[in-house]
Design a protein around this ligand. Structure first.
Ligand code: GLA
Length: 687
């Protein structure tokens, strides 16, 4: 099997304090465990918890995430006794602690004093306390109170022997990210004053000449609250950027307290990179600020082939971590409680999920949560220790998975080997999602999902990259949907192709700049030269209408979108056979410098995308991988060697070629030449 090394996979050498903080302290192998909420149980139960954690091979638990009200019982009055006893107990049991700062749920006394810290929706409704995450992130009272409890925790536990890492807040950005109150409005204006030198620059960037929206004083600017009809898109885009930045500032505030008072201990917060799960954070910016990138991932239980979404989220997380190992902080052992129908996982599915995350760069697998709650909103959520207790399928699978994760200790710190890059930009996504686009079926996320799935089906391992990132190490770069493209990104892609890269771009990309202003000249302004074409007019299709493309190897089918493409240097590969743009090029290839740039001007179905991607991969010199469908093969490479992970999501036993001999780590058997992966099973070969 050919997995060319396309990137430098040399493990980072441990150097300064920042580098030392890249992994949980005192954890000898991979992390295995989950969120642990012992405050929901009498202390007698804790002893049993630790005993069972050891039985299951748990190495680390996350505690204290929702405990503010129990730790600071009244303003400035603290009760740390229970947490002292808990940490000591865990330490005695050899379980490491990922300690939460509980700042996602301020106590009731806080809201009584500061009702203004409750968030206001775009419609002007102030949300109530009594759930979680009801926070105006611009509230000085909230910021001060969060810093104060963080400081208390850092002083008390900053050098506790059980402490492995700090877990700030919980899932910034959900369930609420933006607050539209007057305090937030003032904060937004301060942010804008830093972004724009003066009001003239802002008026121009926001295109306020349109509909007479010009501002004559900073004080006139407000958040993009509910308006009678479509609001100013550039204002909304800046608001989205401001929101991500405002939350990131609050993360940094806590992180800096922890770095100061608990030096050497890594600080993280749990991301939700799956594009369906958190939309409001620019994780490219966030990834630079955490010591360890951590992620939570939940399958959409009813979605077909949902393991592809899992792989995508894992790849995106690793990419946000700059290719370094990251940590899966939450997923589920079985059903969640918040989907319309909460289907259980199939036998073996949990292990496939966990081990796929590890295959794709996670140095562990953690869950929400350790012991199922008896009360509260999440009592029907699965756990490592379910309501059914230890005489249950889930528990037996949890214990077996603990042994598997334990057998993979040497994988730690190794890096995933990738074949190609997919460009993704949260800011472009935010811009494209705004109202009044040429078709409601333009959906950047759906495009990214479809292109990722096509690459996954061809057994390509991809990294994600920011459009302005260095792409020189990749033979192939895919751009499913980048509506917004800066001048720097445009120059980056041109340089990439001219120096020999193969680029493939999806429709409605390169249209506007960072202010949602259309690039001058014919579409796609940021990509015309590199693609060797212009688009004279968009031609979205009526709902449900399919069109045909003719070209090499037979017709392809597409839907929802077409374009009047005019080749200006590019060679048409497939042509529209019917629909409004019949006779125009549909898929093109432009030879430029040492490379080539492909354009796909419509939304191809699965077979169509596969056919085009096959040609694009051949152009990039990527080999066809003759592997069975729904068998996922990923490699990690480190100082101790190469690790080949094979995950069989299909219902049939599979046999795959091996590039050498090695030890299968989950069975302890020697293997060579070929590897048998049973239906639904996972194998990990240390080559
Ligand atoms: C999120 C949260 C957890 C829990 C789970 C349930 O990931 O971080 O606290 O609510 O969802 O799936």
């Amino acid at each position: 099997m050919d997995h060319p090394l396309t990137r430098d996979t040399t493990p980072a050498v441990a150097a300064g304090p920042a580098e030392r903080r890249r992994r949980p302290v005192g954890l000898p192998a991979l992390a295995y465990g989950g969120d642990y909420n012992p405050e929901q149980w009498p202390e007698e139960v804790w002893e049993e918890d630790v005993r069972l954690m050891r039985e299951a091979g748990v190495t680390m638990v996350s505690v204290g995430i929702f405990s503010w009200a129990l730790l600071e019982t009244a303003p400035g009055e603290y009760d740390f006794g229970w947490l002292d006893r808990l940490l000591d107990l865990l330490h005695a049991g050899g379980i490491r602690v990922d300690l939460g700062t509980p700042t996602v749920v301020p106590p009731a006394w806080f809201y009584r004093r500061h009702p203004e810290a409750l968030p206001v929706t775009r419609e002007g409704v102030r949300l109530e306390a009594g759930s979680r995450g009801a926070i105006c992130h611009s509230s000085p009272a909230y910021q001060d109170a969060a810093a104060a409890i963080t400081e208390q925790l850092a002083r008390r536990y900053g050098d506790h022997p059980a402490l492995a890492m700090w877990h700030v807040h919980n899932e910034y950005g959900v369930p609420v990210s933006a607050c539209y109150c007057d305090t937030s409005a003032e904060h937004f204006r301060r942010w804008l004053r830093r972004r724009y030198t003066d009001l003239d620059e802002l008026n121009e960037a926001w295109g306020t000449a349109f509909w007479g929206q010009r501002y004559g004083a900073w004080e006139e600017i407000r958040p993009p609250r509910l308006t009678p009809t479509a609001g100013n898109p550039a204002q909304q885009l800046d608001w989205a950027r401001f929101t991500s930045d405002a939350l990131l500032d609050n993360f940094r505030r806590e992180r800096d307290v922890l770095h100061r008072l608990s030096p050497g201990i890594p600080v993280t917060t749990n991301f939700m990179t799956a594009l369906s799960q958190c939309e409001s954070l620019d994780y490219w910016a966030w990834g630079r600020e955490v010591d360890i990138v951590a992620n939570d991932h939940y399958l959409v239980a009813e979605a077909p082939r949902n393991h592809i979404n899992l792989a995508m989220s894992a790849d995106l997380t690793r990419s946000v971590a700059g290719g370094r190992p990251w940590l899966l902080l939450e997923h589920s052992t079985g059903a969640v409680n918040w989907q319309p129908r909460n289907l259980p996982k199939q036998p073996g599915e949990m292990a496939r999920n966990s081990l796929t995350h590890i295959a794709r760069g996670s140095d562990g697998a953690m869950f929400f949560q350790w012991r199922a709650s008896r009360y509260g909103a999440e009592k029907f959520h699965s756990a490592m220790l379910p309501h059914a207790g230890t005489d249950s399928r889930i528990w037996r699978e949890v214990v077996a998975l603990g042994a598997s994760v334990g057998a993979l200790g040497s994988v730690r710190d190794s890096r995933v080997v990738s074949d190609a890059a997919v460009l993704w930009d949260w800011q472009s996504w935010w811009a494209q999602k705004l109202e009044w686009r040429p078709s409601v079926e333009l959906d950047a996320r759906a495009q990214a999902d479809a292109w990722y799935a096509a690459a996954w089906d061809r057994h390509l391992t991809v990294d994600f990259a920011h459009p302005e990132a260095d792409l020189s190490g990749y033979p192939l770069v895919l751009v499913p949907a980048l509506y917004l493209m800066t001048g720097a990104a445009s120059r980056n892609l041109r340089r990439y192709v001219e120096t020999g890269g193969t680029l493939a771009v999806g429709h409605f990309s390169g249209i506007v700049d960072e202010h949602d202003t259309v690039h001058p000249g014919p579409y796609p302004g940021a990509l015309r030269d590199v693609l060797g074409l212009t688009v004279e007019e968009f031609a979205p299709l009526p709902a449900g209408r399919g069109i045909r493309l003719t070209g090499p190897g037979g017709d392809l089918t597409a839907a929802s979108w077409s374009e009047f493409v005019v080749a200006r240097g590019a060679d048409p590969q497939w042509t529209y056979a019917d629909g409004p743009t019949a006779g125009h090029p549909a898929v093109t290839r432009h030879a430029l410098g040492g490379g080539s740039a492909w354009y796909v001007s419509t939304r191809l179905d699965e077979a169509g995308l596969d056919a085009v991607l096959g040609r694009v991969c051949a152009d990039a010199g990527l080999p066809e991988r003759a592997l069975p469908r729904d068998v996922e093969v990923v490699e990690r490479v480190g100082e101790l060697g190469r690790y080949l992970f094979a995950v069989n999501h299909s219902g049939t036993d599979a046999r795959i070629p091996l590039p050498g001999d090695g030890m299968e780590l989950l069975t302890g058997l020697l293997v060579g030449g070929v590897l048998d992966v049973p239906a639904g099973g996972v194998r990990v070969v240390h080559l």
